[in-house]
Design a protein around this ligand. Structure first.
Ligand SMILES: NC(=O)c1ccc[n+]([C@@H]2O[C@H](COP(=O)([O-])OP(=O)(O)OC[C@H]3O[C@@H](n4cnc5c(N)ncnc54)[C@H](O)[C@@H]3O)[C@@H](O)[C@H]2O)c1
Length: 239
């Protein structure tokens, strides 16, 4: 019960990594509010669902006001919602570029611009930005995605400084997962997935709970002296 008494927001929590984190955090004693554009395919004790498009800054503000009013103190924010729209740079349209920036970068800003200062005002918290191995090393055909995933690392480091500057214990870190078996990989051809698995030191792709357990660590007081860092959860992968 490493999150006993804590309240966590997890964006993009309807499925995939978000679902895995929501269940693990709840199993560890936290109250969870997941938000997503899509409906979750699960119900879980102590997990409340809120329909939200993180690209809508007004809606994010309203959502933040709602959770703060209801739960009084938000201890954990996981900026997890993310999408891909892959293509080579020469073929990437404005629509592909802007859609990925809107969710993966603007969405993280929209949520944290209210929840971060709330944590600062209430004396502490843990913010986790879900980045990617692609944000650390780049990847062919993912210029939009790699820009956003590198961006959320910069945001994590900036917020680690900004929200703690008055001496309060607000921590902000990033997790950079490798290739993890969720719906986001649906469009990736099997031969590429096999190549990615072979490029890891552990010789396999990851499972959602392997990222969730890393997030649990960073969210919990076990990581009380860790901030501004990037935790790579990729089986030892180099693209
Ligand atoms: N699975 C991987 O291999 C992998 C690797 C590295 C990083 N990531 C990152 O992990 C995060 C979770 O990905 P996943 O693998 O669980 O993918 P997923 O597609 O299974 O889940 C993403 C969730 O985000 C939600 N979402 C999308 N746009 C949204 C919006 N505008 N507002 C609210 N919710 C929105 C989707 O509805 C979905 O439920 C993403 O940020 C992704 O970039 C995943």
């Amino acid at each position: 019960m490493r999150l006993q008494g804590k309240t966590a927001i997890i964006t993009g929590g309807a499925r995939g990594l978000g679902e895995s984190m929501a269940k693990l955090f709840a199993d560890n004693g936290a109250k969870i509010i997941t938000c997503d554009m899509g409906d979750p395919l699960y119900t879980y004790e102590n997990v409340e669902f809120y329909k939200l498009d993180v690209t809508d800054s007004e809606a994010c503000k309203k959502f933040s006001e709602y959770v703060i009013e209801k739960y009084k103190k938000i201890d954990i924010l996981v900026n997890n919602a993310g999408i891909t729209k892959d293509g080579m740079t020469r073929k990437m349209t404005d629509e592909m570029w802007n859609a990925v920036i809107a969710v993966n970068l603007n969405g993280v800003f929209n949520m944290t611009r209210t929840i971060g200062p709330h944590m600062e005002d209430t004396g502490g918290g843990s913010i986790i930005n879900i980045s990617s191995v692609v944000g650390e090393y780049g990847n062919i055909g993912q210029i939009n995605y790699s820009a956003t995933k590198a961006g959320v690392i910069g945001m994590a480091k900036t917020w680690a400084k900004e929200f703690a500057r008055k001496g309060v214990q607000v921590r902000c870190n990033a997790i950079a997962p490798g290739y993890i078996m969720t719906d986001i990989l649906k469009t990736v051809p099997q031969e590429l997935l096999d190549k990615f698995a072979a490029a890891t030191m552990l010789g396999r792709l990851g499972q959602p709970d392997e990222v969730a357990r890393a997030a649990l660590f960073l969210a919990s007081d076990d990581a009380s002296y860790i901030t501004g860092s990037v935790l790579s959860v990729n089986g030892g992968m180099r693209l």
